[in-house]
Write a protein that binds this ligand. Structure first.
Ligand code: ATP
Length: 306
């Protein structure tokens, strides 16, 4: 059947800051975070299929063996929810081409859900506003609204309440990827364990970081990067500490574990400097896969419509 399809390109994210508050009564942590969307993308193709065929998911890309293809997949859940909310028969195939590392702390699964929401809107000409799409996404996962909006934004609540942030210029990132992921809940649990007995302040956004973004000052941004989950991610994967040290020794302006890790993001001064960092990190032998990316980039957008 030659049915109509839409392909959506969705970026991964780096948390330039992740401030994690105490565990609250709902079992979650309130956060204050600054997201930047970066040029590492998953492409999600949504296609209407024969009546009765249901929702199917396929995934291609490196280290995708662990990605579920059933209703545990966030893209599947997003399709189910969109069909229910907008009265669409749930006969759809979702094909995911992954470049965002799986379980890498870059919101890969969330990006796939965001792509499905934007894809279904386009495929069925629903004309849903971006705000409404972000609201649908927030019911499924706290990073989903940002993968739809992209750019640079502050996230509060569980990260799902998005406010666009002023940012000038382009930032050059070198990302050290790991072949095995870290589970986000496990990293939060480890964070709670490490903080046991300490009084934890409410999360706040760092003014110096916002100022650095506004003035396009990558040196100041490098110094202001911070992540309250970094100690926990390094505790579960001690090699991350070594990777961070090596990147900083080789002249990165700043280095940070992205979100719950294990991806480590290094900030470079410009494209040439980022190439130097790639060469240095490669020759150090402590990092498996290294990729370059720039940010901020746009959020989920339709790149093909047949
Ligand atoms: P975040 O930064 O939002 O915490 P992450 O980037 O660390 O997430 P994901 O790539 O989203 O991690 O994967 C986390 C887990 O979610 C995976 O181990 C996988 O089992 C599950 N998962 C569900 N749907 C997807 C999907 N579409 N792509 C990748 N993983 C998915």
């Amino acid at each position: 059947m030659n049915s109509k399809s839409t392909t959506v390109r969705v970026p991964g994210k780096i948390n330039l800051q992740l401030s994690v508050g105490p565990l609250n009564k709902t079992g979650y942590h309130d956060v204050a975070t600054v997201f930047q969307a970066v040029s590492l993308y998953d492409d999600i193709t949504v296609r209407a299929t024969e009546p009765g065929s249901g929702i199917t998911v396929s995934v291609v890309g490196e280290h995708t063996e662990t990605v579920p293809l059933d209703n545990k997949n966030l893209a599947f859940k997003a399709a189910e929810l969109m069909c229910k909310d907008y009265g669409i028969t749930p006969d759809l195939s979702i094909a995911i081409k992954k470049s965002i590392p799986v379980a890498g702390g870059m919101a890969g699964g969330s990006a796939n859900a965001g792509g499905v929401i934007v894809g279904i809107d386009s495929l069925f000409n629903l004309g849903i506003s971006r705000n409404e799409m972000e609201k649908v996404g927030s019911a499924l996962g706290s990073d989903i609204p940002f993968t739809i909006s992209g750019g640079t934004a502050i996230g509060t609540g569980r990260g799902e309440q998005i406010t666009p942030a002023l940012s000038r210029g382009t930032y050059y990132w070198v990302l050290a990827l790991s072949s095995s992921g870290l589970s986000t809940p496990a990293v939060y649990q480890e964070c709670d364990r490490l903080r046991d007995g300490l009084s934890v302040a409410a999360p706040i956004v760092n003014g110096a970081l916002m100022q650095a973004l506004m003035s396009g000052d990558s040196f100041a941004l490098g110094k202001a990067l911070s992540n309250d989950l970094q100690a926990a991610a390094c505790s579960l994967k001690p090699a991350l500490r070594l990777i961070l040290d090596v990147g900083m020794d080789y002249g990165a302006l700043g280095g940070i574990v992205s979100g719950s890790g294990p991806t480590v993001a290094f900030l470079a001064e410009n494209e040439e400097h980022s190439l130097d960092l790639v060469v240095a990190l490669t020759s150090s032998g402590v990092v498996g896969t290294i990729v370059q990316a720039t940010g901020p980039v746009a959020g989920a957008r339709v790149i093909e419509h047949h």
